[in-house]
Design a protein around this ligand. Structure first.
Ligand code: GLU
Length: 317
């Protein structure tokens, strides 16, 4: 049974996926964050990184878009790397709430037991766990450096997005203070919220996101830089979280259809991790009704099927 992916087949699958879905007009840009509504809707890129660090791309893979909720993955990993997987399980948890990603109701209902760092409440809580406690600058440097190590290149905040999001994030502000009420936030709520908002506003390209996915897929070793970024035993921890809740309320349907642990963000990016085999990212701004990029999910589903990437498949790859 061979697990390695043939480069020519991969290139063909990426090109076919792009060609097949580039004219798809389903969905619309997120508009509850004003900046996101203004991103050109026709952008569409797919990138995939292999164990040798080679990244194949098609379409708009060098356009820097808002990472948004995909940033929840590196911060959860960093919290586990700095503390331990058990500490994150204990303080935040790893369960889907079954409710929307920004649900206040979920916190009210589950105040006695935690949820997951891949929804807003858990992500703000994960930001609060990042060391050094109490230092906005120190924590931000830790998060940004970690993302840069995962990508193997520099990332910058999209200032306009950060301001747009900071000026409209009233729901997230309520979440941060509600967490405080239930003692589920482990640093200053305003500081933790600002870190979360800032990490969501980071610009990232599909090419960078594919390398990040690959670093996660290959046990924390960046295939581009060959640097060890996090402890290898955390790959199954983070991919199981992605599989559980990465696609908002449609995670079960997505996993059932593709067998691909993935995390999407309202900026239009989706990052998929196939442990030991490949990291793939797709980006297109228009979203479906639950907040997942319409074209990106179709492209990833197509590629997963073409290359037999379903992680639950026991027979011949
Ligand atoms: N910053 C966005 C929010 O908190 C991220 C949402 C997302 O991508 O799911 O609403």
């Amino acid at each position: 049974m061979s697990h390695s992916i043939d480069k020519d087949l991969l290139r063909e699958a990426l090109e076919q996926a792009h060609e097949r879905f580039c004219t798809d007009t389903a969905g619309k840009n997120a508009d509850y964050i004003p900046y996101l509504a203004s991103v050109p809707s026709s952008l569409f890129g797919i990138a995939a990184t292999l164990p040798d660090g080679d990244t194949l791309t098609v379409g708009d893979c060098d356009y820097s878009f808002g990472i948004e909720s995909v940033s929840k993955v590196p911060t959860a990993l960093l919290a586990m790397n700095q503390h331990s997987a058990e500490a994150v399980l204990d303080k935040i948890g790893a369960d889907a709430t079954g409710l929307p990603f920004n649900s206040i109701m979920a916190i009210l209902l589950e105040n006695d037991h935690p949820s997951t760092p891949l929804v807003n409440a858990g992500a703000i809580s994960a930001c609060s766990m990042i060391l050094p406690t109490g230092s906005a600058e120190g924590k931000w440097n830790a998060i940004r450096n970690f993302i840069e190590e995962l990508c193997g290149s520099k990332v910058e905040v999209i200032e306009e997005l950060y301001h747009s999001e900071s000026a409209t994030n009233f729901n997230n502000r309520s979440i941060a203070w509600l967490l405080r009420n239930y003692e589920r936030i482990y640093d200053d709520p305003e500081l933790s919220l600002d870190l979360y908002t800032r990490q969501c506003s980071l610009g990232i390209t599909a090419r960078q996101m594919a390398v990040m996915a690959a670093t996660i897929a290959f046990g924390g070793v960046n295939p581009l830089t060959r640097r060890e970024v996090f402890k290898s035993n955390l790959t199954p921890r983070i991919t199981s979280m992605m599989a559980t809740v990465g696609f908002y309320e449609h995670t079960g349907d997505w996993l059932f259809s593709t067998g691909l642990p993935a995390k999407s963000g309202v900026g239009g990016g989706i990052m998929a991790v196939v442990p030991g085999r490949i990291g793939i990212a797709a980006f297109a701004p228009p979203l479906d009704s639950s907040g997942n990029s319409s074209k990106a999910q179709k492209a990833l589903g197509f590629i997963a099927q073409r290359l037999n990437l379903n992680i639950f498949n026991a027979i011949d790859h």
